[in-house]
Ligand binder design. Structure first.
Ligand code: C2E
Ligand code: CA
Ligand code: CA
Ligand code: CA
Length: 278
């Protein structure tokens, strides 16, 4: 039994070594991937619940790895967060999105606001807000066209530093969204300390909508958001009945595969053009 135990130990150890190696390799590749142009943004529209027309879009990162093919963000963002590389990656995301907004404006399109996902480490950077502000003003992009999404846990990682950056962003007119709302250590008491504009209810609450006791919970979360005077967004909307229920509950914005999959640049631009003609 002892030997078996040892044997198993080594099997696990091998797997672990392999995984560590694997992560190390991805981590290395990530550093070159920016220069090699392997990252791109896709745009996932958010709809006005009432009119069902697009009113904003979320920028989501995609990595087209030359050998492995597309790597989903759930696989590389956590590694980037662990190593601290996320701040480099986020800078690329911010720059790409703001340049894109600039270029839509130059084309005579009226861009919809774009929201970006920032991680805890990004929000703790001393001059994050200042840097974003400088970029916006340099490219003459109105701050109202940029929005920042962050999870509840990243608000709590270093409250004072994060609060300072967020206050500065909000002060310039950049709207703030709490992502995956309802899944974290929801202490509603802290929410008013941050100048948050919107709550994005996590997909898991949307999925459980058609189940009676769970629907009650979703309704309560929407009501908390409305009670705090915030705009309430639901993500992961996949069916017409989910969209209708959420609208009836008072959600302001809806996002999900029922309306669109995240769109590549060309497809999203076509949508903007269509909107403009309508
Ligand atoms: P998230 O911010 O919660 O983004 C929503 C994710 O759900 C996206 O996955 C989106 O494609 C997917 N989704 C949207 N609507 C639906 C739906 O109706 N049904 C289903 N099943 N899924 C839906 P994606 O693009 O794979 O991103 C996963 C996560 O990776 C994001 O979750 C976010 O946490 C992270 N991420 C993506 N891009 C970035 C980025 O630029 N920076 C950072 N820090 N994180 C990012
Ligand atoms: Ca998000
Ligand atoms: Ca989310
Ligand atoms: Ca998420």
């Amino acid at each position: 039994a002892k030997e078996l135990g040892r044997g198993q130990y080594f099997v696990v150890d091998d797997k672990l070594t392999e995984e560590v190696h694997e992560r190390g390799k991805l981590q290395q590749d990530m550093r070159q991937a920016i220069e090699r142009g392997e990252f791109r943004l896709v745009y996932h529209p958010r709809m006005c619940a009432r009119t069902r027309k697009p009113i904003a879009a979320e920028a989501l990162l995609r990595w087209d790895h030359p050998e492995r093919g597309p790597i989903p963000p759930d696989q590389f963002i956590p590694i980037a967060e662990e190593t601290g590389f996320i701040t480099v990656l986020s800078r690329w995301v911010v720059q790409t999105a703001v340049f894109q907004l600039r270029s839509w404006m130059a084309m005579g399109l009226q861009p919809l606001p774009v929201s970006l996902n920032l991680s805890a480490a990004d929000l703790m950077l001393q001059d994050q807000a200042q840097e974003i502000g400088a970029l916006l003003s340099e490219l003459e992009v109105p701050p109202s066209l940029l929005q920042v999404e962050m999870t509840e846990s990243s608000l709590l990682s270093d409250r004072e530093r994060v609060q300072e950056q967020l206050a500065e962003l909000a002060g310039m007119g950049v709207e703030l969204l709490i992502d995956d709302f309802g899944t974290g250590y929801s202490s509603l008491a802290y929410l008013h300390q941050f100048q948050v504009h919107k709550l994005k209810i996590d997909r898991s609450f949307v999925q459980r909508l058609t189940h009676a006791p769970d629907a009650l919970l979703t309704r309560q979360i929407v009501e908390i958001g409305k009670g705090l005077g915030l705009c309430v967004v639901a993500e992961g909307v996949e069916t017409a009945s989910q969209a209708d229920l959420l609208t009836a509950m008072g959600c302001d914005e809806l996002q999900g595969f029922y309306f669109n999959k995240p769109l590549d640049l060309a497809a999203y631009q076509a949508l903007l053009e269509e909107q403009q003609e309508a």
